[in-house]
Design a protein around this ligand. Structure first.
Ligand code: PEP
Ligand code: MG
Length: 327
């Protein structure tokens, strides 16, 4: 029950041995930013802006984007981080909107997300303008989803710079030094994390897609749900690769998939080196409770053991034992 966690709201997310963990909330609509603050999140770690398309028959205008982003800042406060993820349309998300997509045989491997934005450049520019303008009023950061190559990331950054020049020329106020990050949710991006890390200010690991693409198991298909496992050693190795690359490059790394909202995985993620987690606001108090009972040394032991295991089942058993021990 939520009220059981009320006492935790004002307490810091600090491990038993004094290491601070940043807890952020995932939102789909601007008013949900209030839930983040309410559940004790420090900010918004993932704003899934494609929900601006929900129940709409036409593309959102720049003003609609801008108003939504300003509303998030108003809800959560100008000094708290808000990571705005650019449109992740396609695949299972509103693929029928305003004739954006033709029918694809493999939509999850198709013109999804940033691939679509780079094809529909006007749609992308509209959103980038709104984000840059709103960023003048709060701690907004921009994040690109589904990046699978360095070239794609560079294309996004080039477009962002072009939009900045347009705003400069028009004398429109915006934040020029907005932090730029990329999601790591495609195995190629995880494997090349050291290369991508040189080009961005932060990473956010999208485990929902990273798991589905690593194991080639559709995240929404019950027939292959037994393969879709956050504890799979292949997934753990990729997360470790990403955290190490971020550490070497000196950039922030966060996890924003459902995995970061599951207490079972909290010790593992902390042990793998994560110090920032973004989850559904409802889950924040539970995660904070686990963090406060856990020491980093314990977490590192668990992660080390997990990484030496061969199957997801072994890792799951280890994590269940560990959670029982600390709660
Ligand atoms: C993810 O893939 O883990 C993620 C956070 O993005 P989404 O669930 O919106 O695809
Ligand atoms: Mg994703």
């Amino acid at each position: 029950r939520a009220d059981r966690y009320d006492a935790l709201r004002g307490k810091p997310a600090v491990t038993h041995d004094g290491v601070a963990i940043r807890l952020l909330g995932n939102i789909e609509l601007a008013p949900e930013a209030a839930h983040c603050a309410d559940r004790g999140a420090e900010g918004v770690g993932l704003y899934r802006t494609e929900f601006l398309y929900l129940n709409k028959s036409s593309d959102p205008t720049e003003a609609e984007h801008y108003d939504a982003y300003r509303a998030v800042i108003d809800e959560i406060g100008a000094n708290r981080p808000v990571v705005i993820r650019t449109l992740d349309l396609g695949a299972d998300k509103f693929s029928s909107v305003s004739g954006l997509l033709s029918v694809e045989k493999n939509p999850f491997l198709g013109l999804r997300s940033v691939r679509l934005c780079l094809r529909k450049v006007d749609l992308f520019r509209t959103q980038l303008r709104a984000i840059l303008r709103a960023a003048a009023h709060g701690d907004i950061r921009i994040m690109f989803p589904m990046i699978s190559t360095l070239g794609e990331l560079r294309q996004c950054k080039t477009l962002l710079n072009e939009v900045k020049e347009d705003l400069d020329e028009a004398g429109v106020p915006y934040k020029a030094d907005i932090p730029v990050g990329t999601m790591i949710e495609v195995p190629s991006a995880a494997i090349l994390a050291d290369v991508l890390a040189r080009e961005v200010d932060f990473f956010s690991v999208g485990t929902n897609d990273l798991i589905q693409y690593t194991l080639a198991a559709d995240r929404n298909n019950e027939h292959v749900a037994h393969l879709y496992d956050p504890a799979d050693p292949a997934v753990l190795r990729l997360i470790r690769t990403v955290v190490e690359a971020a550490g070497k490059a000196g950039i922030d790394v966060n996890v924003c998939g459902e995995m970061s909202g599951e207490p079972l995985y909290t010790p593992l993620l902390i042990g793998l080196g994560l110090r920032s987690l973004s989850a559904t606001p409802r889950k924040i108090p539970e995660i904070k409770r686990v963090i406060r009972q856990l020491s980093v040394a314990e977490a590192e032991t668990v992660a080390g053991q997990a990484l030496s295991m061969d199957t997801a089942r072994q890792v799951q058993n280890l994590l269940r034992d560990q959670l029982r021990r600390i709660l």
